[in-house]
Write a protein that binds this ligand. Structure first.
Ligand code: ADP
Length: 691
């Protein structure tokens, strides 16, 4: 051990790892003063001995050293206050003795200034400091009246008394400033340490969270190496990868958005929405997951409630809370979502019978990166979900609170101001009207159509039936059942799921098309069913919609399809055209392929198609119109828009400019408008809602 470290250890005697920085400074000063005093007593003893050869001074020095040593020992044993008070009284006693007896008339009385100064340095208690000051003051003045060491006028001077107190006040003042600064520094340091700790924990968790899906993705990719995979197995792999990629994406998006929210220009886009529809959509999304865990999942609501919301962000905020309810509730538990109205607010309560939270944790779970200490968290989580949800809900002028009891469950309560439903329904309708451009005559509410809803999920069928409640809706659980219903009923429109038992959506369409070529169809697909989408789209007129979908989007797609089929029917009747489905389907597919190949060409015209297919302009017009209900120009646009949609589905980050030029539009805004009209959502919202 070097002298340096030895010295360091010595001056820190009486401290440990838990000692605060301010206290450590006092300890160091105390030990340094003690050491200084010890050295001083040795020097004094040697000096006195040299001059007077008296052993009494040496004995006195030894006594003094021992006393200091004892006091330092008491201090070292963590009796800091006692040690320091004893130190001060030793100083008082010695000063009194030296000044009045041992070395009198040497102005040693002024050492009393040191006494209260040191008291201010070592001791925080105001009362003790004042007592020491008082004692020092009395011992400074009073003995002089008895001993007459100096002319009486010298120590009787008011200015000296003034000096005594002035020095006390000045030192006290600087001590206070210093103390406040140190406390501030200490708290900032603690905050920084806490953030640091949170961040380290966050990175550990995020790495863990990402590693799990990555492992699963790798597993799926490894499966691809096996030969002889059936198309079903390939589809499963594709779905498996998709689910895991979405998980990573969701997490990264939450983190990035949370960071974005710190900037002043982060804004959400509020529009009136029907909250029941949004909650319904969330329920549909989560139902299978709750079922898998055997959790009783309930939803209650009283009325149709409307709020102003950025539905994309609000959905994510609500999803986080529902995901937590799923994550922190054991098998066989219950989770319920309750929607109610209270005065001017809509209240969404998400209640679970899960692991619950301690009182301390309920106060902290909305802080970024905070995670309660429980076994589920050890296996992952990022601690950003609830912070994100709270900030989003507050941007909706709402609030998010929690009531919870450990091992009993939690209730998350979201309060958002309601909006006038009647007025907003009007806006809602106007919005739809606006989006459906010239379809006024075909607006769904003006004529009752017969819909066939094909889905194995009863809830989904009920949801669709509710959307089209002003029309006549028939329901089937799968393709085979739907074909049977079609034998007995004339249907105007079919909405079908893709994944269904017995006969899936694709087989259903294949069976249906040759017999009923004139019924428009929309297929609802999962995000991963990209292969099936392409098959469905072969005519460019049938449509698909990814689950989960927006009600408005679905309505607009339905109206678009109805509109095109209607036009085709009218045209065929007028022209009296008879057609053979198979051949025309193949022909239109060829035209569609040709347009797709030349999709980036901004000046692609119907003349080019006519030339390519050796037809006159008017024959081309007739053929396309009779098959699709669209003019050649509209058909080119349709194929281009479909292409744009496919691109967007595979590339969420593509800019509007890039996208419009990839599909051959010169002007972004024009392209965006057409896209919105066609699919019920703008290109940017389209990719946002699919992330
Ligand atoms: P995490 O990714 O850790 O779930 P969140 O921000 O979503 O991050 O949640 C923060 C913490 O709040 C969680 O770590 C968990 O301890 C606690 N928590 C959230 N929801 C619930 C719940 N429904 N029941 C019990 N604890 C919960």
């Amino acid at each position: 051990m070097t002298i340096n470290t030895l010295f360091k250890k010595y001056i820190q005697l009486g401290s440990d790892d838990t000692t605060s920085k301010t206290e450590l400074k006092k300890i160091v000063l105390f030990n340094v003063f003690c050491l200084g005093w010890q050295l001083l007593s040795v020097v004094m003893a040697v000096d006195e001995y040299k001059e007077h050869s008296s052993f009494s001074v040496i004995l006195l020095s030894i006594a003094m050293s021992s006393a200091i040593f004892m006091i330092q020992f008491i201090h070292y044993k963590k009796h800091h206050l006692l040690g320091r008070i004893l130190y001060l009284f030793l100083l008082i006693g010695l000063t009194y003795w030296y000044a009045n007896f041992l070395f009198k008339e040497n102005l040693l009385e002024f050492y009393f200034f040191l006494v209260f100064s040191k008291s201010l340095i070592f001791i925080d208690s105001k009362r003790i400091n004042l007592v020491i000051l008082f004692i020092a003051f009395l011992l400074f003045f009073i003995p002089n009246f008895f001993f007459h060491h100096y002319p009486i006028s010298m120590f009787n001077d008011v200015s000296i008394a003034f000096l005594f107190f002035a020095i006390f006040i000045i030192i006290n003042y600087f001590k206070n400033i210093n103390r406040t600064n140190e406390a501030e520094l200490e708290s900032k340091k603690n905050d920084l340490e806490k953030i640091n700790q949170f961040q380290s924990q966050f990175f550990i968790n995020i790495s863990h969270e990402i590693r799990t899906p990555l492992t699963l993705i790798k597993g799926q990719i490894d499966k691809l190496k096996e030969s002889d995979l059936s198309s079903n197995e390939l589809e499963n792999i594709e779905q498996g990868v998709d689910v895991q990629v979405s998980k990573i994406k969701k997490m990264v998006d939450d983190v990035l958005d949370l960071a974005k929210m710190e900037s002043a220009d982060f804004k959400i886009n509020l529009k009136t929405i029907n909250l029941n529809n949004l909650i319904h959509k969330i329920i549909l999304n989560f139902e299978p997951l709750f079922k898998e865990k055997n959790i009783d999942f309930k939803y209650t609501h009283k009325a149709q409630l409307f709020i102003k919301s950025d539905v994309i962000y609000l959905e994510r905020a609500l999803n986080n809370i529902v995901i937590n309810a799923l994550k922190y509730t054991d098998r066989n538990g219950t989770v319920s979502i309750n929607l109610e109205l209270s005065k001017d607010n809509v209240i969404i309560k998400i209640e679970d019978s899960g692991i619950g939270l301690s009182e301390k944790d309920t106060k902290k779970i909305f802080e970024r990166f905070y995670q309660a200490d429980n076994s589920i968290n050890k296996a992952g989580g990022s601690g950003v979900g609830l912070a994100f949800s709270k900030e989003i809900i507050e941007l909706h002028s709402g609030s998010l609170t929690v009531e919870s009891e450990l091992n009993k469950g939690s209730v998350f309560k979201i309060t958002i101001p309601k909006t006038d439903a009647v007025k907003e329904i009007k806006v809602h309708k106007e919005e739809i009207k606006e989006k459906t451009f010239q379809f006024d005559k075909l607006v769904l509410h003006q004529k009752s159509y017969k819909f066939l809803l094909v889905d194995d999920n009863r809830e989904m069928r009920a949801y669709l039936a509710d959307i089209f409640k002003e029309n006549n809706c028939l329901e089937a659980e799968n393709g085979a059942e739907a074909l049977k219903i079609l034998q007995e009923n004339k249907v105007d429109f079919i909405i079908t799921d893709y994944m269904m038992p017995k006969m899936n959506g694709l087989d259903f369409i294949k069976n249906l098309k040759p017999i009923y070529p004139d019924i428009p169809i929309i297929m609802l697909t999962a995000r991963s069913d990209s292969k099936s989408k392409l098959d469905v789209l072969k005519l460019g007129i049938d449509d698909y919609l990814e689950k989960p979908f927006e009600k408005n989007e679905l309505m607009i797609r339905v109206q678009n399809s109805l509109h095109n089929y209607q036009k085709r029917k009218i045209y065929r009747n007028d022209e009296n055209i008879h057609h053979s489905t198979k051949n025309t389907e193949n022909w239109i597919l060829k035209v569609s392929n040709y347009v797709n190949k030349n999709v980036a060409n901004t000046s692609l015209k119907q003349e080019d198609i006519a030339e390519q297919f050796h037809l006159s302009k008017s024959s081309l017009y007739r053929k396309i119109k009779s098959e699709t209900g669209l003019t050649p120009k509209e058909f080119i646009t349709e194929v281009k828009l479909q292409k744009a949609r496919t691109i967007l589905e595979n590339n969420h980050t593509i800019s509007l400019k890039e996208l419009s030029s990839e599909v051959g539009f010169l002007h972004n805004s024009y392209f965006s408008k057409l896209f919105q009209k066609r699919f019920g959502t703008s290109p940017s919202n389209f990719s946002k809602s699919r992330t």
